[in-house]
Design a protein around this ligand. Structure first.
Ligand code: DGI
Ligand code: FE
Ligand code: FE
Length: 192
């Protein structure tokens, strides 16, 4: 591991609770594995994985306060569903507190929860690694999606979105973010 990532790892440990830190390490090395498979930069993928949830453990009222302070605009949906804010706020913190200047890493953090149409390889790697990292055990079809991630990344992204929409659809008080839906529609229409 590069010294930079080693330092980031120590810093991020202090910002997260135990479970979130373990999840974060899982996402970082899963992202590095996917980077090996698809020819993406390993260290960058590891960095994006380490930082993807850097805003996750900030209390909700503080998340709103920080977004206001930094001029981060929130959609109506994000205001009503503050669990989603950590992605956008995380990208800001990664840039301004952890000194990340690589736009692709920042985009991957920003879109890791809902995805977006036409994602870069890095964005798809982080979106997928977040879902399949070894500690995840709740989602349906994990075994299949884990294999798919290493055979056809776009199909894995599509399947993750399909299952997420399905899961949210069954849950009470979990409206679907319009971006999650748009991303699904984009990737399901891209099938060759
Ligand atoms: O931060 P993680 O737990 O690792 O994973 P994540 O960034 O995918 O966030 C998961 C949370 O986001 C979980 O509480 C479900 C929620 N979520 C993801 N997509 C949507 C959503 N919540 C709503 N209401 N609508 C969505 O489309
Ligand atoms: Fe997250
Ligand atoms: Fe995560």
């Amino acid at each position: 591991m590069t010294e930079k990532n080693d330092l980031l790892k120590r810093k991020i440990k202090k910002e997260l609770d135990r479970d979130r830190y373990q999840h974060t390490l899982g996402v970082a090395y899963t992202a590095a594995c996917l980077a090996m498979r698809y020819g993406e930069d390993l260290d960058k993928a590891y960095t994006a994985g380490l930082l993807h949830d850097c805003a996750k453990c900030i209390p909700t009222d503080e998340k709103f306060r920080l977004c206001d302070k930094y001029g981060i605009e929130l959609s109506r949906f994000e205001k009503e569903n503050p669990a989603l804010i950590h992605a956008k706020l995380g990208a800001y913190i990664a840039e301004n507190k952890y000194g990340i200047s690589d736009d692709d890493i920042l985009a991957a953090i920003r879109t890791h929860t809902t995805g977006e149409p036409e994602m870069s390889l890095m964005q798809k790697i982080i979106f997928t690694a977040d879902f399949i990292e070894p500690r995840r055990d709740q989602a349906a079809n994990l075994k299949e999606i884990r294999q798919l991630a290493f055979t056809d990344l776009d199909r894995a992204v599509e399947k993750i979105l399909y299952d997420t929409l399905n899961y949210l659809g069954k849950k009470k008080d979990a409206p679907v973010d319009p971006m999650t839906k748009m991303t699904y529609e984009y990737y399901s229409s891209q099938r060759s």
